[in-house]
Design a protein around this ligand. Structure first.
Ligand SMILES: NC(=O)C1=CN([C@@H]2O[C@H](COP(=O)(O)OP(=O)(O)OC[C@H]3O[C@@H](n4cnc5c(N)ncnc54)[C@H](OP(=O)(O)O)[C@@H]3O)[C@@H](O)[C@H]2O)C=CC1
Ligand SMILES: O=C(CO)COP(=O)(O)O
Ligand SMILES: [Zn+2]
Length: 346
């Protein structure tokens, strides 16, 4: 059986910080709410949301610092101690992922309140969580509702919006990897999920100039595309339509680089290289990333070329069960260096 879970409500608009109250009432989520935010997102929107919720609910709050198993455990303890009926995650991809997994494990629903459009985990059912040093993709639950306030999301530095473009353009190589795994390993493949995922990638290529403006229309376009990627992942039952070798490369960088860049920035650069390996038109991907002002090389990522090469050679070991263009043996150092040089990444 394939269980496909999707959000029940998606709100996209301006000044929505007070809407959590109405959503929770409409969906009958219960009396006791737990608000999760980070040190920055607390100030950006978390405190205001907490305040408006206090008028109608019993509210507690917790600061989350990273997407790790420890933070998930901390959240589960808080849910148990405070008897929380539901959660609301106010923040970037890391906080939403912690909420997603804690919500799944505790059996309580959660609302996703993204403060950035930097990743496609806003509405997805899978969580990317660091466990024993590396990121694993864990099956969880999608948010029961998404509240995307374009005003809040626009307060984030433009860099985050460009990262969202990177996370969407990566669907081009992720789907290619998925097709390869289907053909070589007989892995389950959903044509519908793949098409939906590719739609977001094509949308950013077509709308790069509009997105570059960084205005509210840009934010709306990117958010809709990211939500749609999340739906594609729910249909697939895994992150396959939106995560291939370019994501393994980014997860490898997170593990080894002293100062990793944003998730979407790293996967964008990874997409250029993996597109080259797949024989796709990698120049067009680089062009789109350049147009939106996203990094296209090691220097712009702020990562030493040596780490780029190393990440390329170890990427296939991150999730050996996820078959990609890197194959079972991965890239040799020579092949990694050549691919990175030809594509101008190093
Ligand atoms: N499950 C899924 O399907 C997916 C999961 N992901 C995951 O999401 C994570 C990446 O998410 P990303 O959002 O890039 O990074 P983070 O959630 O790690 O956030 C990065 C930083 O941005 C800050 N921030 C958040 N909102 C704002 C804002 N409006 N203005 C200024 N700063 C802000 C955060 O603040 P603070 O310190 O307060 O948190 C944090 O310091 C990765 O862990 C990745 O694996 C990515 C794609 C899909
Ligand atoms: O980031 C994702 C899709 O953009 C999904 O993450 P994983 O690579 O952890 O499966
Ligand atoms: Zn991603």
């Amino acid at each position: 059986m394939h269980l496909m879970q999707l959000p029940r409500e998606v709100l996209l608009g301006e000044n929505l910080k007070g809407e959590a109250v109405n959503v929770a009432k409409r969906l009958g989520l219960g009396e006791r709410a737990l608000v999760l935010y980070g040190p920055k997102t607390k100030e950006i929107a978390g405190k205001d949301i907490e305040k408006s919720l206090r008028e109608s609910f019993e509210v507690s709050a917790l600061v989350i610092r990273e997407a790790s198993m420890e933070e998930v455990e901390k959240t589960l303890t808080k849910i148990r101690d405070d008897n929380s009926d539901w959660l609301i995650a106010v923040g970037g991809g890391s906080i939403i992922d912690v909420a997603k997994l804690a919500s799944f494990k505790a059996g309580v629903p959660f609302i996703s309140f993204p403060t950035t459009a930097s990743h496609d985990g806003i509405a997805s059912a899978n969580a990317s969580i660091k466990d024993l040093g590396t990121k694993t993709s864990v099956k969880a639950v999608p948010p029961v509702a998404v509240i995307a306030d374009v005003r809040v999301i626009k307060t984030a530095p433009y860099r985050y919006l460009a990262a969202g473009v990177g996370d969407m353009i990566s669907n081009l190589t992720a789907v290619k990897d998925w097709q390869l795994a289907h053909r070589i390993k007989g892995e389950y493949y959903s044509e519908y999920a793949a098409s939906l995922s590719l739609m977001s990638a094509k949308m950013v290529i077509k709308n790069a100039d509009i997105i570059r403006l960084g205005n509210e229309e840009s934010v709306r376009k990117v958010v809709k595309g990211l939500i749609s990627c999340g739906v594609a992942m729910s249909i697939a039952g895994s992150s396959r339509p939106a995560s291939g070798a370019e994501h393994l490369f980014s997860h490898a960088l997170d593990a080894i680089a002293p100062k990793p860049a944003l998730h979407g920035e790293q996967v964008g650069v990874g997409t250029i290289i993996m597109a080259y390996l797949h024989g796709l038109k990698w120049e067009r991907i680089r062009e789109t990333l350049k147009k939106v002002g996203a990094p296209t090389n090691a220097y712009e990522l702020g990562i030493d070329p040596e780490y780029i090469i190393e990440a390329l050679t170890i990427a296939h070991t991150i999730r050996p069960e996820r078959y990609t263009i890197l194959g079972k043996d991965g890239l040799t150092r020579e092949a990694a260096e050549k691919a990175a040089k030809i594509t101008g990444v190093i």
